[in-house]
Design a protein around this ligand. Sequence first.
Ligand code: H2U
Ligand code: ZN
Length: 338
Amino acid sequence: MFDWKQDPHRRWNALTAEWVLVSPHRTQRPWLGQVEPPAAAVQPEYDPECYLCPGNARAGGVRNPDYASTFVFDNDFAALRPATPVDRFDRGGLLIAESEPGLCRVLCFSPRHNLTIANMAPADLRTVVDAWVEQFVEIGAHPAIDYVQIFENRGAMMGASNPHPHCQIWSNRTLPNEILKEQASQAAWRGRRGNCLLCEYADIERSERSRLVEENQDFLAVVPFWAVWPFETMVVSRRHLSGIDRLSDAERNGLADILKRVTARYDRLFGVSFPYTMGFHQRPTDGQDHPEWHLHAHFYPPLLRSATVRKFMVGYEMLATPQRDITPEAAAERLRAL
Ligand code: H2U
Ligand code: ZN
C-alpha cells in the first residue's frame, strides 16, 4: 500500500498551478555539503554604522530623521523609477522587451536596530501593519502602478544587506510572475466554482489541522500542502478580503499577532534569529475589484535541518521540478511542538 508519509509523490500547488516533488524517505541521507557560518552575534540597539538607524547618513548622503516609530523612504538604489517613459521592443515575437515604470521604498519597522518582528510589542507591530496599509493605498492609487509588492528579506542568508528590521516595497506597472500565476488560478477557480480558492483551502486546513501552525480569530498559518521550502508557511486571512486595506481594526491586530507568533516559532526552531523572505500577495491595484483575490502572506525560509544547513534550489529543481524531503505535515508538527 502507498504510504504518503514515506513514499515519493508529487503534490499540486493550486495557487500557482505547479507541481512539487515530495521524497520523505530521503530525510535519512547524510550531509557533507556546505555549512553556513553561524548567524552574527546579538545586535546592538543602535549601530552608528547602520544606514537605517535614526539620525544616520544613508549611502546617498541623505540623513535619516530621528524617527521614533516606523520610517519610510524612497530606495536610494531603486530597481524601478516612476518617470520611466513607456516603450516596447519586439523582434519577430522572440525578442520582446518593455520599459517598466515603478517605485521602490524601504520601510523600517522601528528605530531599534535589533528589534525583529518576533520580539516586537504587539502595539508596535500594529503600527507596522498600519504603515503597510498606508503604503499599499498610497502607492496603489498611482495610475501607473498596478501591483504593490511588500516583502521582507530577513537575515544575511536571504541576502538582506542590513540586520536592522525593515521591509521593502517594490511597485510597478505590470503584474509580476508569481502574481500572474496566482491571479490565473484564483480567477479560474472563481469562474468554475463560484467560490474563493483560498477560502475553500483554509476551510480544509482548519478541519484537517495536520498542517496548521498557528491560528487566531482573524488568520491562520499553515505549512501549505504544496510547500516547497522545508519550513515554508502561508498566513491566510479567515475572512475573504482582497487586500490589507480591507482589514478591520481588529483584523489589523490579528495580523500583527499571527506574524509575531509565526516568527517566534521560527526563532525557536533552531535557536537563531530565523532567516526568511516574507511577503504579501493581494489584489493588483489596477482599479478593478478583483473579488477572486484572497489576502495572504508567504514565508520562505531557506533553512533545512539546522541553523547552518540550508536547502539549495539546484540541480533537478532548477532544471525540472522543485523537490522537498520532509513532508509539510512533519514540518508543521515540528513548528507546532515548539
Ligand atoms: P535588503 O532588504 O535586501 O536588506 O535591502 C535594503 C535596501 O535598502 C536595498 O534595496 C536600500 C538598498 O537599495 N538602501 C538604500 O535605499 N539606501 C542606503 O543607504 C543603503 C541601502
Ligand atoms: Zn540600524
